[in-house]
Design a protein around this ligand. Sequence first.
Ligand code: NAD
Length: 476
Amino acid sequence: MPADTAHTPDREKTEGEQELARLFSLQKQAYLAAPYPTYSERIDRLDLLIRLTETNEDKFIEAISADFGNRSSFETVVAEIVVTVSGAKHARKHLKHWMRPRGVATPVHMLPAKSRIEPQPLGVVGIISPWNYPLQLALAPAAAALAAGNRVLIKPSELTPRLSEVLQQAIASQFDETVCAVVTGGVGTGQAFTETPFDHFLFTGSTAVGARVAQAAAKNLTPVTLELGGKSPAIIDDSADIGDAAKSIAYGKMLNAGQTCVAPDYVLTPHAKLDATVEAIAGAARKLYPAIDTTDDYTSIISDRHFARLKSMIEKVRDQGVKIVEVGSSNALHPQRKLPLTIMIDPPVDSDVMKEEIFGPILPILPADTTDAAVQHVNAGDRPLALYWYGKDDNARDYILQNTVSGGVTVNDALWHVAQENLPFGGVGKSGIGSYHGEAGFTTFSHMKPVFYQSRFANGSIMHPPYTDKTSKILS
Ligand code: NAD
């Protein structure tokens, strides 16, 4: 089914909604007919997902690069293909253990009864994915939902239409549509998706749209996992090696041209080390991408609208007299919307660049002389999706860990906690609700059902009426 287009939005939107309703109804009926896929059925489904990801690798690389203007094929392989396949393989390896009923202690006065928590598929799961890692953020949650025994409908972003089409074909080539399918379309289809009575939603995208998704889902009391964004700080402690921190921050910021939900959004560094930090990050960025115009290693900004948004952030701060260091060519007409790393030194806290998630290669660097000043800065804003801390002082590290709340943390590097399948991945507060990856994904997409097995020999009649004289016996 084609994506919504500007030419015939109403007709396309209606078609999208009809297709959504058809697929949802099919999957719901299939779920009701077979609500508990066996271990081996789930393994087969994970294998299909792994196969479609691996066999379509070239098509995915090409489609994503065409959607972006340019996307490094290495970054697509690592951040989309490898991450998806290794997540699905991790689920395959641990699935038997995750599916087991968990016995819990039964109080003495209830013995010889037994108590267990038994994971159960939720039913039909809806996944809405964004454009920035359009394959990984559709398939990684799908793998978790399939491992938990669910049926899955995916609604990818309209900003990556080529990838959406290839993904739809790839999934259709491997999966029966009653098990897993893709619905394409624009915001209208997205809205209809969120009004559909799924048994669970996983939404990945912006905080503003996430709130709308949660409101729409609430009408059906559909539970939601919201994987959102925010301003993730990188804190350089006085005890840090600035060169090491700079390499890590430059890489984390410039991967996918800063269009990464867990990219370091801004840097806090001691005042006395501000200049050294700027120089070190600029130097590291030059080494990573010596010529952004000509290299295929550096990813383009996804659309003209996002390019204009980022340019406007830069111009507004420039007009306020803030010092700006542009790393690389200053040619305003970069081919394929390539934007160089643009470092801003201490922009005002009320500037757009400090109020909004940047989601591009702009890096404000601000002074924070003490650990407490860094904590106060972070806590003055919304709870971030990620936090990065660099240094050798364990007390300062622990103070940051205990006094800030973020979705996740990597100490002395950037991004890595997201790649560790044994760690749950998700936000907190405005950066998200719930988590997935590894076993956290399995439990997110399962009903962890408590079951009390009464003993056949139990006599519960002590609790039954008539209650005469029973109150005093129970309380004594
Ligand atoms: P977005 O919120 O604009 O769109 C996300 C998805 O929602 C798209 O598929 C879009 O079509 C759909 N959508 C838009 N409006 C909708 C509506 N009213 N109802 C239902 N669906 C609707 O986000 P984006 O621009 O695609 O992605 C960037 C944002 O996503 C950033 O904020 C980034 O931090 C965040 N993000 C978070 C994670 C994470 O794992 N936490 C990962 C990647 C991106």
